[in-house]
Design a protein around this ligand. Structure first.
Ligand code: 26V
Length: 819
């Protein structure tokens, strides 16, 4: 096929308009006069989908023909954001489309705003997976992102009476034009039952898994286009269904009810995404979800090996499989099972293939987040995998004994089975043993990994450990989110800049150009005006676009310390109340983010933000100087409006806690200055933009360890700092939110324990905020710093990250970068 000269895939405005109208009438059954904005969206989506799918099939065929090593990115979460605008950008048809619709009185931006995003992830980890599929396509590497097609993604957040209320995400209810249900691609996944041995015709003893239930996985494909590239990535998500053909034991015995129950259970498997909890809970359904999508993915990879004429015994030459955290780590045991039990390979050969195939990315140091499953539960869901894990462990521990004789403590720590008390399967250990490479997501994080949670593995296999600092796609988070800035960049750097962020460096001299600084400020002010209008629409709060927009948007968690930010806000409020002439620059504090539904303190912190807003926003004494906003339902779509309007990016996690952060990159790439600790990728951002363009404060990770080891006492800070004391006393006084006990848990947590050392960092944070205020007062200096931030952030493009994975971990060839 030659996509450019068919009516469905022509790229002129006339062609696009005709295809759009055809889709409206023929596919949706709407006459133009009666069409709603949503009909317009669907018709345009179908139009663009034709272009996307035509590319995707060609790209896929290339991969099959050339038998290239492909990348499988296994991830329980993806957060792609709205697709339509992204495809228009990547295909280079945004302007023609605007013209096509404009000609019939339809506003493209209005149409784009109709799209609901797939919220199939919690936050950073899922968004990273989507940035990586975008970059894989852009650097022209064949890839499939495998995951779960949750019917209900991350909950919708509304704020009612100041509290977070969760609503059901219904991302599929308006129809999903971006996916193709692959009726021909279905996999059977077994659960439960028992194993038995049998003898094959070569006289070998083999193992057969007799499950108690079989569930079907059906593939739904969403193509992901690359920027200016013919290559598409595929996001292949699995939906669980009941297997009609399976001989239910229950059904055979006439127990119809139980058979129906099993059908419901089967379909429930992919129903809902688990929201991150404040700790890992060993929920059976979650283990089943993980095995379900991982097994479907590996079976699918084996099918594709056969399809392109490859050999199972050379599986690793066809596929590089990345484990996005431990969620798909069960894949190590599943690939062994497929190779040994189903394809009759010898154990040692299968193990060599497995280790060459997998690599593992760790995304958190928090011990309470590490996944482990009670052995009993694990064995009842996956009896054969438990045997295989014992087999792997047995051989592995022999290897350890050779390297470290007579070290039982080490053996116990490295074992795939935790045997301190109740026995657990440790998924991080399984991922480490089954992979040839293990990486952290920022330089500091990768170093700390080797010193803490994975120290024993690092001692055993130092050569397996590596770092790949996270990155973000400049297409979505700069070109689409910030068209004003994109215009300036295109003028100064040429139209291809989103494909090569190393060219951003050429902006540096313009930081000293007064004319350019003025244009820069105008772009930023326009972004802030748009956000101000959105804030008013969503919250009713009126904010001033020329105030400093001080932004903290991310999941709500104690370690991220949104409440430290609030201590600053309240200290400013009290300072102005005490002294109306206090030198406080006008600021708008913008918070956003979801709290896990079961995370009590996180929900209280949201309430503390809204209560602070209720107090501050209506107090005439601080009018024109302080505003506090909680922007509801922070998601990719809303983020695209918020990041470009941030003047100050709050990255204030306790050092050593945030693995990388990626919001930090998104805001700095849009011209925000960062106030932050030496945590995660902040360290590298500061190195890149220059210490003079970054507001650093706080304890370092090693100071944190030392302080904790010495017996941290928050009270001493409370007693010695009168402003801190006044601020905390104010929260404790009951002046906020109407109920004197409302914030007692927050105050108690800080005064008796303070696990994330807010009190220790409070004074340094306020000092850094003071410096922020001073620089803001010098508009030229601020703007120049903002320009330098953007000019020096090029290395945080996810294209750079992906090239590093390709070179050092996957051993596949990426399109070389321009420079
Ligand atoms: C965090 C927590 C925290 C408390 C205990 C329960 C729990 C469970 C899961 C998680 C999230 C872990 C995985 C994750 O999302 N990590 C994030 O990955 C991003 C992409 O690499 C990175 O930028 C963030 O710093 C990291 O938190």
């Amino acid at each position: 096929i030659s996509p450019s000269n068919t009516i469905r895939t022509g790229t002129s405005a006339e062609n696009l308009r005709q295809a759009f109208l055809d889709n409206l009438v023929c596919a949706l059954g709407r006459l133009p006069n009666y069409a709603s904005a949503h009909d317009h969206y669907l018709a345009l989506a179908l139009t663009v989908r034709d272009h996307v799918v035509a590319r995707a099939v060609q790209s896929f065929e290339q991969g099959v023909v050339k038998m290239m090593r492909r990348v499988a990115y296994l991830s329980a979460e993806f957060l792609p954001g709205p697709h339509l605008a992204n495809h228009l950008l990547n295909l280079g048809i945004a302007e023609a489309t605007r013209e096509a619709l404009g000609g019939i009185g339809i506003d493209l931006d209005r149409v784009l705003a109709e799209e609901e995003e797939p919220g199939l992830g919690n936050g950073g980890l899922g968004r990273l997976a989507s940035c990586y599929l975008d970059s894989l396509a852009t650097v022209e590497v064949q890839s499939i992102g495998y995951g779960i097609r949750y019917e209900f993604g991350i909950f919708d957040q509304v704020i009612r009476d100041g509290w977070q209320v969760e609503g059901t995400d219904k991302w599929l209810s308006g129809g999903n034009p971006w996916e193709i249900h692959r009726l021909g691609i279905a996999k059977q996944v077994k659960f439960g039952g028992h194993t038995e041995t049998w003898t094959d015709d070569q006289g070998r003893t083999r193992v057969r898994w007799v499950p108690s239930i079989v569930i079907k996985g059906e593939a739904y494909d969403t193509p992901i286009t690359g920027y200016g590239s013919g290559t598409c990535s595929l996001m292949r998500l699995w939906k669980s269904e009941a297997v009609e053909s399976f001989d239910f034991e229950a059904f055979n015995h006439g127990d119809y009810d139980r058979a129906v129950e099993q059908k419901v259970d089967s379909e429930n498997l992919s129903k809902v995404l688990y929201p991150n909890d404040e700790l890992h809970r060993g929920k059976e359904l979650r283990l089943k979800q993980q095995f379900f999508f991982t097994s479907c993915a590996l079976q699918d990879m084996l099918r594709l090996v056969a399809m392109s004429g490859g050999k199972v015994a050379a599986f690793d030459e066809s596929w590089a499989v990345q484990l996005n955290d431990t969620h798909p780590a069960i894949g190590v045991a599943e690939l062994m099972r497929l190779l040994v039990d189903e394809h009759a390979l010898e154990w040692d050969d299968a193990w060599a293939i497995t280790q060459k195939t997998f690599s593992y990315t760790n995304h958190t140091l928090l011990p309470e987040a590490l996944e482990k499953w009670p052995v009993e539960l694990f064995g009842s869901v996956l009896p054969r995998h438990l045997e295989i894990i014992y087999g792997i462990n047995h051989r592995f521990l022999d290897e350890v004994r050779t390297a470290f004789p007579d070290d039982d403590a080490r053996l116990a720590r490295l074992s795939l089975i935790d045997e301190h008390g109740a026995r657990y399967v440790r998924m991080a250990n399984l991922a480490c043993v089954g992979s040839h490479k293990i990486n952290g997501v920022a330089a500091l994080h990768s170093e700390l990994l080797k010193k803490t949670v994975l120290a024993d593995f690092a001692a055993l296999w130092p050569e397996k450990f590596d770092n790949v600092t996270n990155g973000v796609t400049p297409r979505r988070f700069v070109a689409l989110a910030n068209p004003g800035l994109a215009g300036l960049l295109e003028r100064e750097l040429g139209a291809g800049w989103p494909g090569d962020l190393s060219c951003l460096g050429r902006l540096e001299p313009l930081a000293a150009d007064p004319g350019f600084r003025r244009e820069w400020r105008e772009v930023r002010l326009a972004n802030k005006r748009r956000l101000a209008a959105l804030i008013q629409e969503r919250t009713g709060i009126v904010v001033t676009p020329d105030s400093l927009f001080d932004v903290q948007v991310k999941r709500i968690h104690e370690y991220k310390r949104q409440h430290l930010n609030l201590l600053h806000v309240l200290s400013l409020y009290l300072s102005i109340k005490r002294d109306p002439d206090a030198g406080v620059v006008p600021r708008t504090f913008i918070f956003g983010g979801k709290a896990a539904p079961g995370y009590f303190l996180a929900k209280r912190i949201i309430r503390l933000v809204t209560a602070t807003g209720e107090l501050v926003n209506q107090d005439p004494d601080v009018a024109g100087r302080l505003k506090v906003v909680f922007f509801p339902d922070f998601n990719v779509k809303n983020a695209q409006h918020i990041y470009p309007a941030a003047d100050l990016s709050e990255q204030i996690s306790l050092a050593g806690m945030e693995a990388s952060g990626t919001g930090n990159m998104k805001m700095s790439l849009n011209g925000a200055l960062t106030i932050g600790t030496l945590d995660g990728a902040n360290v590298e951002i500061r190195d890149a933009v220059g210490a003079e363009n970054f507001f650093l404060f706080g304890l370092t990770a090693s100071e944190v360890s030392a302080l904790k080891a010495g017996g941290y006492q928050p009270q001493t800070y409370y007693e010695s700092d009168s402003l801190l004391r006044e601020t905390i006393d104010f929260i404790a006084s009951g002046a906020l939110g109407g109920d004197p006990d409302l914030f007692r848990p927050v105050v108690d947590n800080l005064l008796h324990g303070d696990p994330y050392l807010l009190l220790a960092d409070f004074r340094a944070y306020l000092d850094a905020q003071q410096r922020v205020g001073e620089l803001w007062g010098d508009s030229d200096a601020w703007t120049s710093s903002s320009i330098l931030n953007v000019a020096r952030m090029g290395r945080f493009s996810s294209d750079r990250s992906i090239r590093e994975y390709c070179e050092r971990i996957w051993n596949v060839n990426a399109k070389p970068s321009q420079t």
